[in-house]
Design a protein around this ligand. Structure first.
Ligand code: HEM
Ligand code: HEM
Length: 181
């Protein structure tokens, strides 16, 4: 059976991950030019929240495999529906890749990762600082691409809802009407 809006678990995970990504990104930008204990504190929270993004994305992908399927947005052209699917795929890829590269870069610097002081992920490799530096650049570029893509995605969702008035946003927001086929 298909349905016209995402189920409550998908909606909750979508918004939790979106908030966590914005928070992790903001911390990443803010800590960049800092030094000392303030930077260490922000980096610790950045890494912890980034690991939460990775964990929630894994739960989300697992749930996606078994969750009730939604219909594609009614009246959308096949090309638009395909573009939306590709954008979602690219978002999922970036949501996995950015935190994984973050983990790889800090492990390459020979450091363990403590997740909010609750769990420690030990570095599985010997320190390799040039690799760590290189991965830091890749992490930064990939993070900007993730947020750019998410921004375009959000703009498309808002445009569909309020300009095309096809109820796209209502598929992910419980209190808005969703389009019906
Ligand atoms: C969705 C998840 C994440 C996002 C959006 C993100 C984003 C960012 C951004 C924007 C920066 C600043 C780059 C710059 O301008 O120099 C940064 C730096 C960094 N991130 Fe992440 N990050 C994420 C996850 C992680 C994770 C999981 C880790 C490690 C466990 C991590 C480790 C780092 C480190 C070590 C830096 C460099 C800090 C420095 O020394 O300046 N990130 N990240
Ligand atoms: C970091 C921020 C965000 C990320 C990573 C993200 C990611 C995603 C992904 C991967 C999907 C596909 C769901 C699936 O089929 O499994 C999706 C769907 C959706 N997102 Fe987001 N999203 C973000 C922010 C937003 C924002 C800010 C809005 C609204 C303003 C929004 C509105 C929607 C809507 C309406 C859908 C359903 C689209 C459809 O049915 O074709 N998202 N999002």
């Amino acid at each position: 059976m298909t349905r016209d809006r995402y189920d409550p678990i998908t909606q909750t995970l979508h918004w939790l991950v979106a908030i966590a990504i914005v928070g992790t990104y903001a911390l990443g930008l803010l800590m960049e030019d800092l030094q000392g204990p303030t930077k260490a504190l922000m980096l610790g929270n950045h890494m912890s929240l980034g690991v939460v993004v990775l964990g929630l994305t894994a739960v989300r992908l697992g749930w996606h495999a078994v969750a009730p399927k939604v219909d594609s947005v009614p009246a959308s052209q096949p090309l638009i529906a395909w573009a939306a699917r590709m954008a979602h795929l690219a978002l999922y890829a970036a949501m996995v890749a950015v935190p994984l590269i973050g983990l790889a870069l800090i492990f390459a610097k020979g450091r363990d990762v403590s997740v909010f002081g609750l769990v420690t992920l030990p570095s599985p490799m010997a320190a390799n600082r040039p690799l760590g530096k290189g991965l830091e650049e890749v992490h930064e570029i990939a993070a900007h691409m993730l947020v750019l893509l998410a921004g375009l995605h959000a703009a498309a969702a808002i445009g569909h809802q309020f300009w095309l008035r096809d109820g796209t946003l209502g598929r992910m927001v419980p209190f808005l009407p969703a389009s019906r086929s």
